[in-house]
Design a protein around this ligand. Sequence first.
Ligand SMILES: Nc1ncnc2c1ncn2[C@@H]1O[C@H](COP(=O)(O)OP(=O)(O)OP(=O)(O)O)[C@@H](O)[C@H]1O
Ligand SMILES: [Mg+2]
Length: 235
Amino acid sequence: MVLDWDRNESYRCRCWPEQVQRRRSKRLSREIPKRFRNIGFEREPVPSIARSAPDVVRNVRSYCDRIDEMLDRGEGMWFLGSPGTGKSHLAYLISQAALARSRSVAIYTGPRLLDEIRRTYGEDESGATLDLIDRLTTVELLHVEDLAVARPTDWVLEQLYNIINGRYENEKSIVFTCDLTGDAEEGSDQLPSPSWLARHITERNFSRLTEMCGDPQLLMGADNRHFYRRHEWES
Ligand SMILES: Nc1ncnc2c1ncn2[C@@H]1O[C@H](COP(=O)(O)OP(=O)(O)OP(=O)(O)O)[C@@H](O)[C@H]1O
Ligand SMILES: [Mg+2]
């Protein structure tokens, strides 16, 4: 609060909304896991990812360079593709850029996010779930790793909708990764496609995400975890 002694008035400082936002997001998970701390565009594996997917890394760099503008506009980004292709590294570059600008960030894996919501159910009837959903929909950046949780039930889809629709209405950014190994129909040799995700998380969730995040950043190819292991085995 700012006190104006001459006028004998008090009013909210212009930093008020930012302070409220920061306090509310404090109880959300915002830790970058050890593996993804201190990553950078000049540090491996990002230059290698840039060699196999130059456009994707260029888009991420441009997003990070304009992070304040992107978050203010509620624009997000999503990374879709096969395992071990660098999706998480690129997504964490965005969270890191947001944290460096002191923006409020919440970081969850899909299953952990749902666990947290489930836990609030047992707490009491004082609106703990609503409070958590409210915080998840107002934090400036929500980063979800592996959004497409296995076997989504109606309950899971409803929670996803509450969060995604809440963020959509509040024009808040979301960054998420999604692994598409489960995509190809059995026996089919087709490449995985976003339509699988739409079926998996429902069209109404998918539709909102695509409006907020634009086209998916596609990262396809061999699993680089296997690549390194194979080198070790073969040498
Ligand atoms: N293009 C690449 N070149 C070299 N190494 C890479 C490349 N992409 C990823 N890696 C390495 O592969 C491993 C996995 O990276 P990361 O976790 O970012 O992949 P991911 O796409 O998120 O995988 P998943 O879908 O399984 O979560 C890391 O050890 C990373 O250093
Ligand atoms: Mg990942």
